[in-house]
Design a protein around this ligand. Structure first.
Ligand SMILES: [Zn+2]
Length: 119
């Protein structure tokens, strides 16, 4: 996620010049859940359209994360395959074994066991 702010303005004030605290934009993170709020702590509810857009964005981010994870997996798998081939060809160096361990730990982390990275 990014560090953008929502910046939504209160309905009825969004087309007016930005004068007065009711015109201050929302300072919550972009696509936040729940009410909007400004720097004064004034809150106003999200509209149904904004809620639908936030849900779409969340779905999209989840989709992107899945794609990235899949591509990362393929990338690591290709590297590992190269390492295994080198091992089968007779390379029994410590460096190669360490590289294989590291790549296998990365794959384990992608499978949901990130504690293996600490080993
Ligand atoms: Zn907001």
């Amino acid at each position: 996620m990014s560090s953008e702010t929502c910046a939504a303005r209160r309905p009825g004030f969004d087309q007016r010049p930005p004068i007065g605290r009711n015109s201050l934009p929302c300072t919550q993170p972009a696509y936040h859940q729940g009410d909007h709020s400004n720097d004064f702590g004034d809150r106003w509810p999200v509209t149904a359209r904004e809620k639908a857009l936030a849900e779409l964005e969340a779905d999209y981010q989840e989709f992107l994360a899945t794609l990235l994870k899949r591509e990362e997996w393929k990338h690591i798998a290709r590297k590992l395959e190269g390492c295994y081939k080198a091992m089968w060809a007779g390379d029994d160096s410590i460096l190669l074994r360490q590289r294989i361990e590291r790549l296998e730990a990365l794959q384990a982390a992608l499978c949901g066991t990130p504690e293996r990275l600490a080993a």
